[in-house]
Design a protein around this ligand. Structure first.
Ligand SMILES: [Zn+2]
Length: 249
């Protein structure tokens, strides 16, 4: 990335009289492997300049030890290379996305039957998406049958949804599919949407066991550094940069 290096030691004149401002969220002081997506966008803008950027998206994570939860949003963990702040929603999304994707390919997706089938009225574009992607929808746990000309009788949805009802999930899936270009992209969009609505959210208080389990699953993920939408799952405060920031070397 062609980010200008942030001066790690400020001149005394700049330091005196005001507190040190870290501004981690708006301007990272540490190199963050997870911002590959952003790096890729910059690559497009800057041509060949960044061709040597290492492929970090799929770089394996070291074994991490969970220290706790911050702001009800971030898991604080440490590994041999320093400290990690993990966005619990993004991390869970990544784990669930990969699980839904492989389960749907093997036709082993978790399905949740509705106690009462629900008649969902559909717009013409949604109806078209339903016809075009019926098989893919079934592979992801959506079950039911057409109900008249403009509705669908929904009998089952993907298991584990937390932040959306069956009808909302179904219509969102159809809206996504109505924009899909090809089967691979359609499958990814569907899996990402299901993962997003099944993942823990910011504000969910997690137990030590839950955080440990999530971190283990993230370590085992194919692309642990980004969520399926391309946002970072973690911020890495490397040991050497922490030492430098504290003036230890
Ligand atoms: Zn996401």
């Amino acid at each position: 990335m062609a980010q200008s290096p942030v001066p790690l030691v400020q001149p005394d004149s700049a330091r005196r009289g005001r507190p040190r401002d870290f501004r981690i969220e708006s301007r990272p002081l540490w190199p963050i492997p997870a911002v590959q997506q952003q790096a890729e966008q910059e690559d497009i803008r800057q041509g060949e300049e960044n061709a040597s950027t290492p492929p970090l998206m799929t770089e394996a994570l070291p074994a991490l030890r969970v220290l706790g939860q911050a702001r009800g949003m971030y898991i604080v963990a440490e590994g041999p290379e320093g400290v990690y702040l993990i966005d619990q929603h993004a991390a869970h999304e990544r784990v669930l996305f990969e699980r839904v994707r492989s389960q749907s390919q093997e036709r082993q997706v978790e399905m949740q039957g509705l106690l009462e089938p629900q008649a969902v009225e559909l717009l013409p574009a949604q109806m078209q998406a339903l016809e075009a992607w019926r098989e893919l929808l079934e592979a992801h746990g959506f079950q039911g049958e057409p109900f008249g000309e403009r509705a669908f009788l929904l009998r089952g949805v993907p298991g584990g949804l937390r932040s959306v009802g069956p009808e909302g999930m179904f219509t969102e899936a159809l809206n996504l599919l109505s924009q899909a270009r090809d089967p691979a992209q359609a499958g990814d969009a569907l899996a990402a949407s299901i993962a997003c609505h099944s993942a823990v959210r910011a504000g969910d208080v997690l137990s030590q066991q839950e955080m440990g389990a999530l971190v283990r699953q993230l370590e085992a993920a194919e692309s642990p550094h980004t969520c399926p939408h391309g946002r970072p799952t973690m911020l890495h405060l490397s040991a050497s940069n922490l030492e430098r920031e504290f003036g230890r070397r």
